[in-house]
Design a protein around this ligand. Structure first.
Ligand code: PLP
Length: 475
């Protein structure tokens, strides 16, 4: 490097990297250890204005003090009192792979820009195809998150329609997607991105247990086609986000087969249960789906973002982004060019996301993922039992997963007062920051909601949560 750019020489100094890296790992290790301490807090709440003020006036000194401040101002997923949103508690090993990916920065759009990662991704995708129950005609890709994965699958579904080439010609007909009213908002968003508009997202009512009402699906379908729409796909949630309930994939699959409709399964959270002998029955019928997405950064212990999209028929998956970009790819025989990732993903440059799953798999075996599901789903059932035995609380519904919805009750309170009370409790818990839980609204009632993501959460932590909530319920 030319000596008249001294700063660059310093910036890229690998000896400094070694020292900083060692210190940083030591600092993060201490953080992981602290997170297990009984007096630890899951969070350190500041409102957005206060947080912005802090960073606008921040005096950056050095990396260790910055990382300390960052840790103090971030939510701690490794804390067993973290029970909030459905993001995994990442394994340190997978986090190290994020570092490797960051440093190598192999963009993977074309094979040469990520030889190893391209082949490793294929190995990972093949594992998912087999586990889902597909045959050798299946294939898939990894992409940046469930939201993008759902969009990718729905684009494939639209491209697979026999008498319509929207990619080439734009939409000639009114198109629609059918999905339950409990589905994750990313389906709605994907459909709108695809130009389907408000009427193109048909919400199928759910049953009392919050799974899709398949009888209502029939009705919704006929109403939709009678109104002049062509249905691109039916989406099953496995599981849905608010309640963690699985749709009946066998019934939806049969319906799709009968009407020759693309069947997509949004398994961002609960698709991972296919790796567990005990919980796999919740996904009965999964192998009938034309496409399935599973986040590894939710129930599979890797950091975000990392999502697998699999297609039962690889040719259909391959056609999703069928456009000509001659300067990048040798020709358009996509089928032959599985190794040029950019042909089949929304991203051009992407993260080497396969590494964090692959290394975990190869180091600890496939059982690691089963153990995580069994542990966390089991914890959900344990917590539900505890709530049912406690007269101060009401369980919203029997959980199927690690997502549990419940509310605190107070004698003489009407529904409105109970809603206000539970909202207040959740807000006070947030401000207190020892525990982190969230809330949801089901049939107009506000419930507290936990997602038990942390395998170190014990019965004792859950008991403590239930014992402190009444203190926050005092006006
Ligand atoms: C989390 C979730 C998504 C979105 O996935 P991201 O990885 O957060 O983009 C989609 N669908 C369901 C059912 C989810 O739980």
């Amino acid at each position: 490097m030319k000596s008249d750019y001294p700063l660059l020489k310093q910036i890229y100094d690998f000896e400094a990297f070694e020292k900083q890296g060692k210190d940083l790992v030591a600092q993060l290790t201490k953080h992981l250890k602290n997170a297990q301490h009984p007096d630890s807090r899951a969070n350190n709440w500041l409102n957005p204005k206060e947080e912005l003020f802090f960073w606008q006036n921040y005096q950056f000194q050095n990396l260790p003090s910055f990382v300390d401040d960052l840790l103090n101002h971030s939510i701690h997923l490794h804390n067993p009192k973290y029970m909030g949103h459905q993001v995994s508690v990442p394994t340190p090993l997978s986090a190290l792979m994020n570092l490797v990916s960051g440093l190598l920065n192999n963009g993977m759009a074309v094979y040469e820009m990520g030889q190893a990662a391209t082949a490793i991704e294929r190995v990972v995708v093949e594992l998912f195809c087999q586990t889902v129950g597909y045959d050798e005609n299946a294939n898939g890709v990894m992409t940046s998150g469930g939201t993008l994965a759902n969009l990718t699958a729905l684009l494939a579904a639209r491209q697979a329609m026999p008498d319509e080439d929207v990619w080439q010609n734009g939409s000639q007909q009114k198109l629609a997607v059918l999905v339950s009213d409990q589905a994750h908002y990313s389906i709605d968003r994907a459909a709108r991105v695809m130009g389907l508009g408000n009427d193109g997202v048909v919400l199928v009512p759910t049953k009392k247990d919050f799974s899709m009402d398949v009888k209502a699906l029939k009705k919704s379908y006929h109403e939709t086609i009678d109104a002049g729409f062509k249905v691109i796909a039916v989406v099953g949630s496995a599981c849905s986000t608010a309640t963690g309930i699985y749709d009946d994939l066998v019934a939806i699959g049969s319906f799709c087969q009968l009407h020759k409709l693309w069947f997509h399964v949004d398994g961002a959270h609960g698709g991972a249960a296919v790796f567990s002998a005990q919980y796999k029955p919740l996904l009965k019928g999964l192998e009938r789906a034309d496409s399935v997405i599973i986040d590894t950064h939710k129930m599979m212990m890797t950091p975000a973002l990392s999502t697998v999209v699999v297609f039962k028929d690889k040719n259909k998956g391959n056609q999703t982004f069928h456009q000509k970009a001659q300067y990048l790819f040798e020709d358009n025989s996509i089928e032959e060019q599985w190794y040029n990732g950019g042909l089949r993903t929304f991203e051009c440059t992407k993260f080497m996301m396969c590494l964090k799953f692959y290394v975990l798999w190869k180091t600890f075996g496939i059982e690691a993922f089963e153990e995580n599901i069994d542990c966390l789903y089991g914890l959900g059932i344990t917590f539900a039992e505890m709530i049912k035995q406690n007269k101060e609380y009401e369980l919203a519904l029997e959980p199927q997963t690690n997502i549990v919805c419940f509310r605190y009750l107070k004698k003489g309170f009407d529904e409105q007062q109970l809603n206000d009370l539970n909202k207040t409790i959740r807000q006070k818990l947030l401000q207190n920051s020892e525990f982190y839980i969230v809330q949801t609204v089901l049939n107009g009632k506000t419930f507290l909601r936990v997602t038990l993501m942390n395998p170190f959460t014990t019965r004792e932590h859950l008991e403590k949560l239930l014992s402190i909530i009444p203190d926050f319920g005092l006006y």
